[in-house]
Write a protein that binds this ligand. Structure first.
Ligand SMILES: Nc1ncnc2c1ncn2[C@@H]1O[C@H](COP(=O)(O)OP(=O)(O)O)[C@@H](O)[C@H]1O
Ligand SMILES: [Mg+2]
Length: 316
């Protein structure tokens, strides 16, 4: 059974902004599901709808087969959400925070204690117990926040951009924590992110959304190939130079129309970088004026362009 099924979801805010525009997706039970999208794509709106804080304009959402609006009380007892703002009380200790959380969910004290000890152990939080919560770094606070949200033993955990602004060490610690939640507790994780790498490293299923609608979902294997393929970027001084080079370079290496982006040529590299050597040699042999040639990792925008064939942006 699907943990979550969203069909044709529309959310129009009072100010007229249509944050969700007929979005559909499916989250499998027990998986880490990543929703990838840029700022303003509608990720937080979707999380707010899925956690029953916002009512959609139209469309349906079921969780484990139940309509989340008709049975919202039952649904709320089974989910937990860590929003972009932290919910820890810095005047309480780590353990006081955890016990307080369990009260909100009406977990018995002895049960809560047991659970707290398990969580502290599983997430390696022992070493922070002796310090006051106000002294924790942002990354530790976030991990505590997630540990808190696990006190109610949720079936689904929602995380809105859990690693935004974190350094790589904290991010890796967070990824390990999420994997533990899935593996040790069987909790389904629904997370949003705008980091390609995060979705790639962590998730069983990826859904990419843009402007309130899914662009592609599932197919983690095929998607991974897109996400991991190196790109070659050739920069020029002007748009005209890029265009003229593009026309000629087409006969040397395979290029698509969407690879010409303003004053740059950006294309994915196949065949072990031999295209890079070919292009480089050709540029030098024919004394083509260019600013630089480099290998780069694809960005979310690159993936969008390749998936949708759209190249509407002029700023690269
Ligand atoms: N409460 C609100 N009222 C009106 N518009 C909103 C509200 N919240 C978000 N929006 C708008 O909805 C769109 C999607 O926002 P959001 O869901 O926050 O996207 P994301 O989380 O992907 O950055 C944006 O254009 C945003 O400005
Ligand atoms: Mg957001």
């Amino acid at each position: 059974m699907a943990a979550i099924r969203v069909e044709n979801l529309v959310k129009k805010y009072k100010n007229g902004v249509q944050a969700l525009d007929g979005l559909s997706l499916r989250v499998n039970d027990g998986e880490i599901f990543s929703l990838l999208g840029q700022n303003g794509a509608g990720k937080s709106t979707l999380i707010n709808v899925l956690t029953t804080y916002l009512r959609p304009t139209s469309g349906s959402v079921t969780m484990f087969g139940k309509d989340i609006y008709r049975e919202s009380a039952a649904i709320r007892a089974q989910i937990s959400c860590v929003a972009q703002r932290t919910s820890i009380d810095i005047h309480l200790s780590l353990t006081e925070n955890m016990m307080f959380q369990s009260k909100l969910y009406k977990v018995s004290k002895s049960e809560a204690k047991k659970r707290m000890e398990t969580l502290i152990k599983v997430f390696g939080l022992e070493r922070y117990l002796k310090y006051s919560v106000s002294s924790y770094s942002g990354g530790i606070k976030r991990r505590l926040d997630i540990a808190l949200s696990m006190m109610s033993n949720p079936k689904v955990l929602f995380l809105d951009e859990p690693t935004v602004g974190m350094d790589i060490q904290s991010r890796i610690a967070m990824w390990n924590m999420m994997k533990k939640i899935r593996n040790d507790f069987g909790t389904t994780i629904f997370l949003t992110t705008h980091y390609l790498e995060e979705a790639d490293q962590l998730s069983d299923t990826i859904c990419i959304m843009k402007k309130g609608k899914e662009v592609i979902q599932g197919m983690p294997h095929a998607l991974r190939e897109y996400l991991r393929q190196d790109m070659m970027k050739i920069s020029f001084a002007t748009k005209e130079e890029a265009k003229s080079c593009f026309q000629q370079l087409k006969s040397v290496i395979a290029l698509k129309e969407i690879d010409l982006r303003h004053d740059k040529i950006i294309t994915n590299l196949k065949n072990n970088h031999s295209d890079l050597e070919k292009a480089n040699r050709w540029l030098l042999d024919y004394k083509i004026p260019f600013l630089g040639i480099e290998i780069m990792q694809p960005t979310l925008e690159d993936v969008f362009i390749r998936l949708t064939g759209e190249n509407g942006k002029e700023v690269y």
